[in-house]
Design a protein around this ligand. Sequence first.
Ligand SMILES: [Zn+2]
Length: 483
Amino acid sequence: MKTKLMRAKYLIPMTKNGENLDRIEDGYILFQEKILEVGRYSEEIANRIINKYGEHLEIIGNSDSTRVPQLNGVILPGFIKAHGHDHESTIIGIAKDQPLTVWLDAAVNPFTEWIHNSKDQLTEQLGISPYLLTYTKARVDDISFGITTALTHHCNFNKYHVNELAEASEVVGTRIFIAVGSQDRNYYEKILDSVDEALLRLDKYLADNQNLDRVTIIPGPDQFFSNGPELLKALKQWSRDHNTLMHIHSSEEPNTTKWFTNKYGFSPVGYADSIGFLDNRTMLAHQVHSTKDDIEIMAKHNVMVVHNPLANTILGSGMPLILDMIDAGIRVSISTDGSGSADSQNMLSAARLASQYQKALNQDATVLGAEEVLQMITTIPAEMLGINAGSLEIGKDADIIMVDLSKPNMVPTIKETVLENIIWASAGNEISYVIANGKTLIDNYAFTTVDIKELNHKMQDLAKVFEQYRVNASKIKGTGANV
Ligand SMILES: [Zn+2]
Protein backbone atom coordinates (compact mmCIF):
# COMPACT_ATOMS: atom_id res chain seq x y z
CA MET A 1 0.00 0.00 0.00
CA LYS A 2 1.22 3.50 -0.86
CA THR A 3 1.62 6.08 1.86
CA LYS A 4 -1.08 8.71 1.41
CA LEU A 5 -1.06 12.41 2.18
CA MET A 6 -4.19 14.53 2.39
CA ARG A 7 -4.40 18.26 3.03
CA ALA A 8 -7.54 20.34 3.52
CA LYS A 9 -8.67 23.75 4.63
CA TYR A 10 -9.67 22.40 8.05
CA LEU A 11 -9.09 19.29 10.13
CA ILE A 12 -11.05 18.27 13.21
CA PRO A 13 -9.15 15.39 14.84
CA MET A 14 -11.72 14.92 17.68
CA THR A 15 -8.98 15.47 20.25
CA LYS A 16 -8.92 18.13 22.96
CA ASN A 17 -6.13 20.38 24.09
CA GLY A 18 -8.12 22.17 26.75
CA GLU A 19 -11.89 22.53 27.15
CA ASN A 20 -12.91 22.34 23.49
CA LEU A 21 -12.27 20.05 20.56
CA ASP A 22 -9.25 21.03 18.44
CA ARG A 23 -9.81 22.83 15.12
CA ILE A 24 -6.83 22.87 12.80
CA GLU A 25 -6.67 25.35 9.94
CA ASP A 26 -4.78 24.06 6.88
CA GLY A 27 -4.49 20.53 8.24
CA TYR A 28 -2.77 17.47 6.82
CA ILE A 29 -2.82 13.79 7.53
CA LEU A 30 -0.31 11.12 6.47
CA PHE A 31 -1.31 7.49 6.65
CA GLN A 32 -1.05 3.94 5.47
CA GLU A 33 -3.43 1.53 7.20
CA LYS A 34 -2.69 3.51 10.34
CA ILE A 35 -2.28 7.25 10.81
CA LEU A 36 1.40 8.24 10.69
CA GLU A 37 1.19 12.00 11.12
CA VAL A 38 -1.54 14.57 11.64
CA GLY A 39 -1.42 18.30 12.25
CA ARG A 40 -1.04 21.73 10.73
CA TYR A 41 0.42 21.74 7.21
CA SER A 42 3.56 23.60 6.16
CA GLU A 43 5.80 23.58 3.09
CA GLU A 44 8.63 22.17 5.22
CA ILE A 45 6.49 19.24 6.28
CA ALA A 46 5.43 18.62 2.67
CA ASN A 47 9.04 18.69 1.44
CA ARG A 48 10.14 16.28 4.13
CA ILE A 49 7.33 13.84 3.32
CA ILE A 50 7.83 14.05 -0.46
CA ASN A 51 11.59 13.51 -0.07
CA LYS A 52 11.07 10.59 2.27
CA TYR A 53 8.41 8.66 0.35
CA GLY A 54 9.08 9.79 -3.26
CA GLU A 55 7.17 7.72 -5.78
CA HIS A 56 5.63 5.65 -2.98
CA LEU A 57 3.59 8.68 -1.92
CA GLU A 58 0.04 9.24 -3.12
CA ILE A 59 -1.26 12.76 -2.69
CA ILE A 60 -5.04 12.77 -2.38
CA GLY A 61 -6.67 15.04 -4.95
CA ASN A 62 -3.57 15.34 -7.11
CA SER A 63 -2.16 12.96 -9.70
CA ASP A 64 1.42 14.23 -9.59
CA SER A 65 3.23 13.60 -6.37
CA THR A 66 5.16 16.85 -6.11
CA ARG A 67 2.46 19.33 -5.16
CA VAL A 68 0.08 19.12 -2.24
CA PRO A 69 -3.22 20.87 -3.01
CA GLN A 70 -5.30 22.23 -0.17
CA LEU A 71 -8.70 20.61 -0.66
CA ASN A 72 -11.72 22.75 0.13
CA GLY A 73 -13.09 20.63 2.93
CA VAL A 74 -12.88 19.41 6.51
CA ILE A 75 -10.98 16.26 7.36
CA LEU A 76 -12.71 14.22 10.07
CA PRO A 77 -12.59 10.67 11.40
CA GLY A 78 -15.07 8.33 9.68
CA PHE A 79 -18.44 8.18 11.40
CA ILE A 80 -19.30 5.12 13.48
CA LYS A 81 -22.85 3.81 13.28
CA ALA A 82 -23.60 1.61 16.29
CA HIS A 83 -27.08 0.44 15.24
CA GLY A 84 -28.55 -0.24 11.80
CA HIS A 85 -30.03 -2.92 9.54
CA ASP A 86 -28.63 -3.70 6.11
CA HIS A 87 -31.70 -5.15 4.38
CA GLU A 88 -33.87 -2.06 4.43
CA SER A 89 -32.63 -0.05 1.44
CA THR A 90 -35.18 -1.75 -0.80
CA ILE A 91 -38.15 -0.84 1.40
CA ILE A 92 -37.55 2.89 1.71
CA GLY A 93 -40.93 4.58 1.38
CA ILE A 94 -43.07 1.49 2.09
CA ALA A 95 -45.70 1.58 4.87
CA LYS A 96 -44.80 5.09 5.91
CA ASP A 97 -46.85 6.99 8.50
CA GLN A 98 -47.36 3.74 10.42
CA PRO A 99 -46.17 2.71 13.90
CA LEU A 100 -43.29 0.29 14.44
CA THR A 101 -45.10 -3.06 14.65
CA VAL A 102 -47.41 -2.27 11.70
CA TRP A 103 -44.40 -1.20 9.66
CA LEU A 104 -42.57 -4.43 10.61
CA ASP A 105 -45.52 -6.51 9.38
CA ALA A 106 -46.17 -4.41 6.27
CA ALA A 107 -42.63 -3.76 5.08
CA VAL A 108 -39.82 -5.61 6.88
CA ASN A 109 -41.35 -9.08 7.33
CA PRO A 110 -42.87 -9.37 3.80
CA PHE A 111 -39.63 -8.20 2.20
CA THR A 112 -37.32 -10.43 4.21
CA GLU A 113 -39.61 -13.45 3.74
CA TRP A 114 -39.96 -12.84 0.01
CA ILE A 115 -36.25 -12.41 -0.62
CA HIS A 116 -35.57 -15.53 1.48
CA ASN A 117 -38.07 -17.70 -0.42
CA SER A 118 -37.28 -16.31 -3.88
CA LYS A 119 -33.51 -16.20 -3.57
CA ASP A 120 -32.68 -18.60 -6.42
CA GLN A 121 -35.18 -17.10 -8.82
CA LEU A 122 -34.04 -13.55 -8.01
CA THR A 123 -30.39 -14.51 -8.35
CA GLU A 124 -31.11 -15.72 -11.88
CA GLN A 125 -33.17 -12.66 -12.71
CA LEU A 126 -30.73 -10.09 -11.31
CA GLY A 127 -27.45 -11.87 -12.03
CA ILE A 128 -26.47 -11.51 -8.36
CA SER A 129 -27.79 -12.88 -5.06
CA PRO A 130 -30.49 -10.45 -3.88
CA TYR A 131 -28.85 -10.56 -0.44
CA LEU A 132 -25.43 -9.61 -1.71
CA LEU A 133 -27.05 -6.88 -3.80
CA THR A 134 -29.10 -5.44 -0.92
CA TYR A 135 -26.26 -5.63 1.59
CA THR A 136 -23.80 -4.09 -0.86
CA LYS A 137 -26.23 -1.21 -1.39
CA ALA A 138 -26.47 -0.76 2.39
CA ARG A 139 -22.68 -0.63 2.68
CA VAL A 140 -22.61 1.95 -0.14
CA ASP A 141 -25.32 4.00 1.61
CA ASP A 142 -23.12 4.02 4.68
CA ILE A 143 -19.97 5.27 3.02
CA SER A 144 -21.87 7.91 1.06
CA PHE A 145 -22.76 9.42 4.46
CA GLY A 146 -19.21 9.04 5.80
CA ILE A 147 -19.75 5.86 7.86
CA THR A 148 -16.63 3.68 7.92
CA THR A 149 -17.69 1.32 10.75
CA ALA A 150 -21.19 -0.07 11.23
CA LEU A 151 -22.90 -2.37 13.66
CA THR A 152 -25.60 -4.16 11.65
CA HIS A 153 -28.34 -5.78 13.69
CA HIS A 154 -29.18 -8.72 11.43
CA CYS A 155 -32.69 -9.78 12.46
CA ASN A 156 -35.65 -11.45 10.75
CA PHE A 157 -34.84 -13.76 7.84
CA ASN A 158 -31.51 -11.93 7.54
CA LYS A 159 -30.16 -14.01 10.41
CA TYR A 160 -29.84 -16.88 7.91
CA HIS A 161 -27.68 -14.74 5.59
CA VAL A 162 -24.79 -13.45 7.65
CA ASN A 163 -21.96 -14.54 5.35
CA GLU A 164 -23.34 -12.53 2.44
CA LEU A 165 -23.32 -9.42 4.63
CA ALA A 166 -19.71 -10.10 5.60
CA GLU A 167 -18.88 -10.51 1.91
CA ALA A 168 -20.62 -7.22 0.99
CA SER A 169 -18.70 -5.38 3.70
CA GLU A 170 -15.42 -6.82 2.48
CA VAL A 171 -16.21 -5.82 -1.12
CA VAL A 172 -17.15 -2.24 -0.26
CA GLY A 173 -14.36 -1.86 2.31
CA THR A 174 -16.17 -1.05 5.56
CA ARG A 175 -15.60 -2.48 9.02
CA ILE A 176 -18.65 -4.29 10.34
CA PHE A 177 -20.01 -5.78 13.55
CA ILE A 178 -22.79 -8.25 12.72
CA ALA A 179 -25.24 -8.76 15.58
CA VAL A 180 -26.82 -12.09 14.60
CA GLY A 181 -30.56 -12.05 15.31
CA SER A 182 -32.82 -14.48 17.16
CA GLN A 183 -36.48 -14.67 18.20
CA ASP A 184 -38.49 -17.29 20.07
CA ARG A 185 -41.80 -15.55 20.87
CA ASN A 186 -44.15 -12.72 19.85
CA TYR A 187 -42.85 -12.69 16.32
CA TYR A 188 -43.55 -14.03 12.88
CA GLU A 189 -43.90 -17.78 13.61
CA LYS A 190 -41.89 -18.97 10.60
CA ILE A 191 -38.65 -17.62 12.02
CA LEU A 192 -38.89 -18.57 15.69
CA ASP A 193 -35.77 -20.31 17.06
CA SER A 194 -35.04 -22.88 19.70
CA VAL A 195 -32.21 -22.01 22.10
CA ASP A 196 -29.96 -24.58 20.42
CA GLU A 197 -30.67 -23.23 16.94
CA ALA A 198 -29.76 -19.71 18.00
CA LEU A 199 -26.50 -20.84 19.65
CA LEU A 200 -25.49 -23.09 16.75
CA ARG A 201 -26.07 -20.22 14.34
CA LEU A 202 -23.65 -18.04 16.29
CA ASP A 203 -21.05 -20.83 16.42
CA LYS A 204 -21.31 -21.36 12.68
CA TYR A 205 -21.02 -17.70 11.70
CA LEU A 206 -18.17 -17.14 14.13
CA ALA A 207 -16.27 -20.04 12.55
CA ASP A 208 -17.15 -19.02 8.97
CA ASN A 209 -15.83 -15.47 9.45
CA GLN A 210 -12.91 -16.01 11.80
CA ASN A 211 -10.35 -15.11 9.12
CA LEU A 212 -11.92 -11.75 8.29
CA ASP A 213 -10.20 -9.08 10.43
CA ARG A 214 -12.82 -6.44 9.77
CA VAL A 215 -15.88 -8.58 10.49
CA THR A 216 -16.95 -9.21 14.10
CA ILE A 217 -19.76 -11.61 14.99
CA ILE A 218 -21.79 -10.90 18.15
CA PRO A 219 -25.21 -12.03 19.43
CA GLY A 220 -28.09 -9.73 18.46
CA PRO A 221 -31.39 -11.06 19.87
CA ASP A 222 -33.98 -8.97 18.09
CA GLN A 223 -35.87 -7.43 21.03
CA PHE A 224 -36.68 -8.26 24.64
CA PHE A 225 -40.33 -8.94 23.80
CA SER A 226 -39.38 -11.40 21.07
CA ASN A 227 -36.74 -13.32 23.09
CA GLY A 228 -37.76 -15.30 26.18
CA PRO A 229 -35.59 -15.49 29.32
CA GLU A 230 -34.01 -18.90 28.63
CA LEU A 231 -32.87 -17.81 25.17
CA LEU A 232 -31.54 -14.49 26.45
CA LYS A 233 -29.63 -16.14 29.29
CA ALA A 234 -28.06 -18.64 26.88
CA LEU A 235 -27.05 -15.89 24.44
CA LYS A 236 -25.59 -13.77 27.22
CA GLN A 237 -23.55 -16.74 28.39
CA TRP A 238 -22.32 -17.23 24.81
CA SER A 239 -21.23 -13.59 24.64
CA ARG A 240 -19.40 -13.89 27.98
CA ASP A 241 -17.72 -17.14 26.90
CA HIS A 242 -16.60 -15.54 23.63
CA ASN A 243 -15.84 -12.11 25.12
CA THR A 244 -18.12 -10.25 22.71
CA LEU A 245 -20.52 -7.36 22.84
CA MET A 246 -24.27 -8.05 23.11
CA HIS A 247 -26.76 -6.02 21.10
CA ILE A 248 -30.57 -5.81 21.40
CA HIS A 249 -33.50 -3.47 20.70
CA SER A 250 -34.96 -2.24 23.97
CA SER A 251 -38.04 -0.24 25.01
CA GLU A 252 -38.53 1.10 21.52
CA GLU A 253 -42.24 1.85 21.56
CA PRO A 254 -44.89 2.23 24.27
CA ASN A 255 -47.07 -0.88 23.83
CA THR A 256 -44.35 -3.49 24.00
CA THR A 257 -42.78 -1.62 26.88
CA LYS A 258 -46.08 -1.72 28.82
CA TRP A 259 -46.47 -5.44 28.05
CA PHE A 260 -43.46 -6.17 30.28
CA THR A 261 -45.02 -4.45 33.27
CA ASN A 262 -48.17 -6.54 32.82
CA LYS A 263 -46.35 -9.83 32.30
CA TYR A 264 -43.36 -9.55 34.62
CA GLY A 265 -44.04 -6.54 36.81
CA PHE A 266 -40.87 -5.01 35.34
CA SER A 267 -39.92 -2.65 32.55
CA PRO A 268 -37.81 -4.27 29.78
CA VAL A 269 -34.68 -2.99 31.55
CA GLY A 270 -35.91 -4.43 34.87
CA TYR A 271 -36.62 -7.71 33.12
CA ALA A 272 -33.15 -7.75 31.56
CA ASP A 273 -31.61 -7.01 34.95
CA SER A 274 -33.63 -9.79 36.64
CA ILE A 275 -32.12 -12.41 34.31
CA GLY A 276 -28.54 -11.13 34.60
CA PHE A 277 -28.43 -9.79 31.06
CA LEU A 278 -26.99 -6.34 31.72
CA ASP A 279 -23.31 -5.46 31.96
CA ASN A 280 -20.76 -3.11 30.45
CA ARG A 281 -20.73 -5.03 27.16
CA THR A 282 -24.50 -4.82 26.63
CA MET A 283 -25.69 -2.33 24.01
CA LEU A 284 -29.34 -1.31 24.11
CA ALA A 285 -30.62 0.14 20.84
CA HIS A 286 -33.27 2.87 21.26
CA GLN A 287 -34.24 2.65 24.98
CA VAL A 288 -36.92 5.26 24.23
CA HIS A 289 -39.10 4.58 27.27
CA SER A 290 -37.13 4.64 30.51
CA THR A 291 -38.24 5.07 34.10
CA LYS A 292 -35.99 6.65 36.71
CA ASP A 293 -35.29 3.13 38.01
CA ASP A 294 -34.31 2.01 34.50
CA ILE A 295 -31.73 4.77 34.30
CA GLU A 296 -30.32 3.80 37.70
CA ILE A 297 -30.12 0.14 36.66
CA MET A 298 -28.44 0.98 33.36
CA ALA A 299 -25.93 3.25 35.08
CA LYS A 300 -25.21 0.63 37.75
CA HIS A 301 -24.35 -1.98 35.11
CA ASN A 302 -22.59 0.55 32.85
CA VAL A 303 -24.65 -0.53 29.82
CA MET A 304 -24.51 1.39 26.54
CA VAL A 305 -27.39 3.04 24.70
CA VAL A 306 -27.60 3.70 20.97
CA HIS A 307 -30.03 6.54 20.24
CA ASN A 308 -31.76 6.58 16.83
CA PRO A 309 -33.66 9.87 16.62
CA LEU A 310 -34.65 9.64 12.93
CA ALA A 311 -36.38 6.27 13.33
CA ASN A 312 -37.89 7.12 16.73
CA THR A 313 -39.56 10.26 15.43
CA ILE A 314 -40.63 8.87 12.03
CA LEU A 315 -42.24 5.80 13.63
CA GLY A 316 -43.78 7.92 16.39
CA SER A 317 -42.10 5.76 19.03
CA GLY A 318 -41.18 8.70 21.26
CA MET A 319 -37.77 10.09 22.16
CA PRO A 320 -35.49 8.89 24.96
CA LEU A 321 -34.27 10.79 28.01
CA ILE A 322 -30.79 11.22 26.59
CA LEU A 323 -29.78 14.03 28.91
CA ASP A 324 -30.80 12.09 32.03
CA MET A 325 -28.87 9.08 30.79
CA ILE A 326 -25.75 11.13 30.09
CA ASP A 327 -26.05 12.83 33.51
CA ALA A 328 -26.21 9.38 35.10
CA GLY A 329 -22.93 8.48 33.36
CA ILE A 330 -24.44 6.15 30.73
CA ARG A 331 -22.58 6.03 27.44
CA VAL A 332 -24.90 7.17 24.62
CA SER A 333 -24.06 7.22 20.91
CA ILE A 334 -26.19 8.48 18.04
CA SER A 335 -27.09 6.30 15.08
CA THR A 336 -29.60 6.06 12.25
CA ASP A 337 -31.27 2.63 12.56
CA GLY A 338 -32.07 0.92 9.22
CA SER A 339 -32.75 2.75 5.98
CA GLY A 340 -36.41 1.71 6.05
CA SER A 341 -37.24 3.37 9.38
CA ALA A 342 -34.78 6.27 9.16
CA ASP A 343 -35.13 6.67 5.38
CA SER A 344 -31.42 7.27 4.99
CA GLN A 345 -28.13 6.68 6.73
CA ASN A 346 -27.51 10.37 7.21
CA MET A 347 -25.46 10.45 10.41
CA LEU A 348 -25.11 14.23 10.50
CA SER A 349 -28.87 14.57 10.16
CA ALA A 350 -29.33 12.12 13.06
CA ALA A 351 -26.83 14.08 15.18
CA ARG A 352 -28.57 17.34 14.39
CA LEU A 353 -32.03 15.97 15.20
CA ALA A 354 -30.82 14.52 18.52
CA SER A 355 -29.55 17.93 19.54
CA GLN A 356 -32.50 19.86 18.11
CA TYR A 357 -35.07 17.69 19.87
CA GLN A 358 -33.43 17.93 23.30
CA LYS A 359 -33.05 21.71 23.02
CA ALA A 360 -36.74 22.09 22.21
CA LEU A 361 -37.89 19.57 24.83
CA ASN A 362 -35.87 21.22 27.58
CA GLN A 363 -36.40 24.76 26.25
CA ASP A 364 -32.66 25.17 26.58
CA ALA A 365 -30.44 25.92 23.57
CA THR A 366 -27.29 25.15 25.53
CA VAL A 367 -27.84 21.38 25.87
CA LEU A 368 -26.31 18.71 23.62
CA GLY A 369 -24.16 21.08 21.57
CA ALA A 370 -22.39 20.50 18.27
CA GLU A 371 -19.20 19.21 19.89
CA GLU A 372 -21.08 16.72 22.01
CA VAL A 373 -23.18 15.23 19.20
CA LEU A 374 -20.11 15.01 16.95
CA GLN A 375 -18.44 12.95 19.69
CA MET A 376 -21.58 10.78 19.81
CA ILE A 377 -21.00 9.67 16.19
CA THR A 378 -17.20 9.29 16.44
CA THR A 379 -15.24 8.88 19.67
CA ILE A 380 -18.08 7.57 21.86
CA PRO A 381 -19.25 4.74 19.54
CA ALA A 382 -15.58 3.87 18.89
CA GLU A 383 -15.11 3.35 22.61
CA MET A 384 -18.37 1.39 22.82
CA LEU A 385 -17.32 -0.98 20.04
CA GLY A 386 -13.74 -1.16 21.29
CA ILE A 387 -12.15 -0.15 18.00
CA ASN A 388 -8.99 1.82 17.32
CA ALA A 389 -10.85 4.60 15.48
CA GLY A 390 -13.11 7.59 16.05
CA SER A 391 -10.35 10.20 16.20
CA LEU A 392 -7.40 11.25 14.05
CA GLU A 393 -4.31 10.49 16.09
CA ILE A 394 -1.00 8.80 15.32
CA GLY A 395 -1.42 5.02 15.49
CA LYS A 396 -5.18 5.02 15.02
CA ASP A 397 -6.71 3.18 12.08
CA ALA A 398 -6.84 5.40 9.00
CA ASP A 399 -10.63 5.82 8.85
CA ILE A 400 -10.90 9.31 7.41
CA ILE A 401 -13.57 11.35 5.63
CA MET A 402 -13.80 14.80 4.14
CA VAL A 403 -16.84 17.08 4.31
CA ASP A 404 -16.91 19.24 1.18
CA LEU A 405 -17.10 22.98 1.85
CA SER A 406 -17.82 24.02 -1.72
CA LYS A 407 -21.59 23.41 -1.52
CA PRO A 408 -23.59 26.64 -1.16
CA ASN A 409 -25.01 25.60 2.21
CA MET A 410 -21.48 25.33 3.64
CA VAL A 411 -20.43 28.85 2.61
CA PRO A 412 -19.13 30.74 4.52
CA THR A 413 -17.21 28.46 6.85
CA ILE A 414 -14.30 29.75 8.91
CA LYS A 415 -12.20 28.14 11.63
CA GLU A 416 -14.49 29.51 14.34
CA THR A 417 -17.63 28.03 12.73
CA VAL A 418 -16.35 24.88 11.05
CA LEU A 419 -17.49 22.43 13.69
CA GLU A 420 -20.86 24.10 14.18
CA ASN A 421 -21.49 24.18 10.41
CA ILE A 422 -20.85 20.45 10.11
CA ILE A 423 -23.74 19.82 12.50
CA TRP A 424 -26.06 22.72 11.73
CA ALA A 425 -25.47 23.77 8.11
CA SER A 426 -24.61 20.52 6.36
CA ALA A 427 -27.12 18.42 4.45
CA GLY A 428 -25.10 15.39 5.58
CA ASN A 429 -24.11 14.07 2.17
CA GLU A 430 -21.28 16.50 1.33
CA ILE A 431 -18.88 13.60 1.85
CA SER A 432 -16.35 13.90 -0.96
CA TYR A 433 -13.69 11.48 0.32
CA VAL A 434 -13.95 8.32 2.39
CA ILE A 435 -10.92 6.30 3.46
CA ALA A 436 -11.24 3.16 5.56
CA ASN A 437 -8.25 1.29 6.93
CA GLY A 438 -6.11 3.40 4.60
CA LYS A 439 -8.02 2.37 1.48
CA THR A 440 -9.83 5.05 -0.53
CA LEU A 441 -13.50 4.05 -0.93
CA ILE A 442 -14.79 7.39 -2.22
CA ASP A 443 -12.44 9.59 -4.23
CA ASN A 444 -13.89 13.03 -4.92
CA TYR A 445 -17.44 11.58 -4.84
CA ALA A 446 -16.50 8.59 -7.07
CA PHE A 447 -17.03 5.12 -5.58
CA THR A 448 -13.85 3.12 -6.10
CA THR A 449 -14.88 -0.36 -4.90
CA VAL A 450 -18.27 -0.79 -6.59
CA ASP A 451 -19.87 -0.06 -9.95
CA ILE A 452 -22.47 2.34 -8.62
CA LYS A 453 -24.49 2.62 -11.84
CA GLU A 454 -24.95 -1.11 -12.10
CA LEU A 455 -25.72 -1.41 -8.39
CA ASN A 456 -28.38 1.30 -8.54
CA HIS A 457 -29.90 -0.22 -11.68
CA LYS A 458 -30.23 -3.64 -10.05
CA MET A 459 -31.69 -2.14 -6.88
CA GLN A 460 -34.35 -0.40 -8.97
CA ASP A 461 -35.18 -3.75 -10.58
CA LEU A 462 -35.37 -5.47 -7.19
CA ALA A 463 -37.72 -2.79 -5.80
CA LYS A 464 -40.04 -3.13 -8.82
CA VAL A 465 -40.24 -6.93 -8.59
CA PHE A 466 -40.88 -6.70 -4.83
CA GLU A 467 -43.69 -4.22 -5.37
CA GLN A 468 -45.39 -6.60 -7.82
CA TYR A 469 -45.17 -9.34 -5.18
CA ARG A 470 -46.19 -7.13 -2.26
CA VAL A 471 -49.51 -5.88 -3.63
CA ASN A 472 -50.84 -9.43 -3.99
CA ALA A 473 -49.11 -11.11 -1.03
CA SER A 474 -51.14 -12.25 1.95
CA LYS A 475 -50.82 -9.79 4.82
CA ILE A 476 -48.63 -10.57 7.84
CA LYS A 477 -50.04 -9.58 11.22
CA GLY A 478 -49.28 -10.04 14.90
CA THR A 479 -45.71 -8.88 15.41
CA GLY A 480 -45.20 -7.20 18.75
CA ALA A 481 -46.34 -7.85 22.28
CA ASN A 482 -49.35 -5.56 22.14
CA VAL A 483 -51.33 -4.94 25.29
ZN1 LIG B 1 -33.28 -1.20 14.77
